[in-house]
Every structure is written in C-alpha cells, then in structure tokens.
Design a binder for this molecule. Structure first.
Ligand SMILES: [Zn+2]
Length: 321
C-alpha cells in the first residue's frame, strides 16, 4: 500500500511537471502568436506608408543622376514619410534604379520598424522587426490633357528618334519632303477641323483628355499658316529666362506655352488615326509656315488614366513592386 501511494505521488509529481512545461510552452506559443499578430498589423501599416511615399515620389521620375536631384528626392521622401507617421527615413532607405541616359526611371523605398514585444519576452523574443518596400517606376503616359491638334506617325517618330538627333528637329506638314519627318493635323476637339478651330486648339491646347486608343479624323482642307501662327503665338507668351531668349531645350519651364505636347499615332486609313502615345517639344521659331521646329524634351506628368507602349518622353508613374 505504501509502495502504491509513493508511486502515485511520483506520477502526480511528474504530471505536474509535464503540465507546467506544457502550460509554459502553450503560453509561450500564445504570446508569440499575439505578438506576431501585432507585428503583422505593424507590417501592413509600414507597407501602406511605403506605397504612399513611393506614389508621391512618382511625379519626380525620371530623376537626374546627380547629387542635388537625388538629395531633393530624399528630402521629399522624408517629408512624405513623416506626413504618413514614419520618422527617420534616410538616403539609404531609397534605392534608385533603371538608369537610362543619366536618369533613374524607378526608385524603391525600403522601410522597417522594430517594435518591442509584450508577451513573447517570456520566451526570450524581445522585439520584432517588420521590413517592407515599394517600387515606383516611370512609364510612358497614355492619356494627356493639353495636346495640340497635331501628331506624327509612330513610324516617323521612330525614324526621328533613331537618328539620335533630338534638338532642332523639323517636321513638315504631311506629304512634302520633310527634313526630319511629317506631321499631320488631327481633329481632337470635335470641331469641323477648319483652320480657325485648329489654330485655337493649337494656341491653347485641347482642354479635354486624349487617350491611347482614341480614334480621330485627319483634318481636311486648307490649313496654311496654322502651324506658323500657332507656334508664333506660343513663342510670344514665354516670360521665362528673359535675359536668355526665353525657354529653349537647355532651360525651360514645363508649363510654359513653348512646351508643346503632341500625339504619336498610327494611320487606320487615309482619313483616320489611332493614338499610340505622346511626345513633347520645346518649340523654336521656324522659317517656313508649314513646318514645326523644336527639340524633344522629357516631361513628368501627374498620374494618368492610361499608359502607353511607345516611349515618347512623357512619363507618368505606377507602383511596380
Ligand atoms: Zn517659357
């Protein structure tokens, strides 16, 4: 009997130990689960900040590969991060990528946050670090407000770009022996496409949105002097760089009237075109009235509804990672 009691006591002691071990194990697991749950919430918050900062910086892309431009982006990133409740963002948290012709076309924001654990300390886990990143990339804009009723064919654009000459490019009105290619008048404003309507849209830019895939009629009839008058009007409105001849491709203000955005299109037939993308010129005075002369520039625009497969130098942005 005594023997049996001793054995029972020993078994109970053992099971108490086992129970204690099991309990602390379960408690440890439970506490870790709670802390991991909280760190997931933290990670999700960090991801939202990374996305928001990346999207806010999209308008800076492409970024010149020089210290001043990069410092400017870092300062903006820090400002946006703070607005989103994240402090302490540094230059090391931003990785610039896709360097093309001296300009970065993407950037990645890497954020991390270390939070002390509450319960998992019991099992020796003092803190949990969440790391999240977001990448934003410049992509060719596929919709634009402010276009002139002028465009060049995708083939003409490609040919012009392949020459490698981006400055003082001359496009002649379709048909003739253009120096660098041809342009055509396109009716984007729903008007009858006469010279007066074209000139108005040329001067002020179309206030509606032109999108990739849009189909428009080619303007018919006599359009003599529309380009000349339109270009002269836009040239005359520039008030920038007064001591230096105003805006030109070396120095310009993006919303200056001398900066003109136009369509790149494909002919569907002789009378109709389909928009493929967009490009931008800083206009220059030209000798002949059926010509448009300018230098290609790159522009960053706000978020647009569509993107384009043709890189005409006008960029919007999208989160790509
Ligand atoms: Zn200007």
């Amino acid at each position: 009997m005594k023997h049996k009691l001793q054995k029972l006591a020993a078994e109970e002691g053992a099971s108490a130990v086992i129970t204690a071990i099991m309990l602390s194990f379960l408690l440890g697991m439970a506490s870790l689960t709670i802390d991991i749950g909280m760190s997931y919430a933290e990670a999700s918050a960090i991801q939202n900040v990374a996305d928001a900062v990346a999207l806010s910086l999209g308008q800076c892309l492409p970024v010149e590969d020089n210290a001043a431009a990069i410092a400017g982006v870092v300062a903006l990133a820090d400002e946006y991060a703070e607005k989103n409740g994240y402090t302490g963002l540094t230059a090391e948290d931003i990785v610039f990528g896709d360097l093309v012709e001296g300009r970065y076309r993407s950037l990645t924001i890497n954020l991390s946050k270390t939070t002390p654990t509450y319960l998992a300390k019991i099992i020796g886990v003092e803190e949990i670090t969440s790391r999240k990143s977001a990448t934003v990339s410049a992509v060719p804009a596929g919709s634009l407000v402010g276009c002139v009723p002028v465009g060049i064919s995708a083939h003409a654009y490609q040919t012009a770009i392949e020459t490698g000459i981006k400055e003082h490019v001359v496009f002649k009105e379709g048909g003739g022996g253009g120096e660098n290619g041809f342009f055509g008048y396109i009716v984007i404003d729903g008007s009858n496409g006469n010279a007066r309507a074209l000139l108005d849209t040329f001067k002020y830019g179309y206030d509606g949105e032109v999108c990739v895939g849009d189909i428009y009629p080619v303007a018919k009839g006599n359009k003599a002097s529309v380009a000349k008058e339109g270009v002269n009007y836009r040239m005359s409105l520039c008030t920038h760089f007064p001591g230096d001849g105003g805006c030109n491709y070396l120095h310009y203000v993006e919303d200056c009237p001398r900066v003109m955005t136009f369509m790149i299109y494909d002919f569907m037939d002789f009378n109709t075109v389909r928009v493929k993308g967009f490009s931008a010129f800083v206009l220059e005075y030209s000798e002949n009235e059926d010509e448009i002369q300018g230098s290609f520039i790159e522009l960053n625009v706000a978020h647009t509804s569509y993107t384009s497969d043709i890189d005409g130098g006008i960029y919007t942005y999208r989160l790509t990672g």
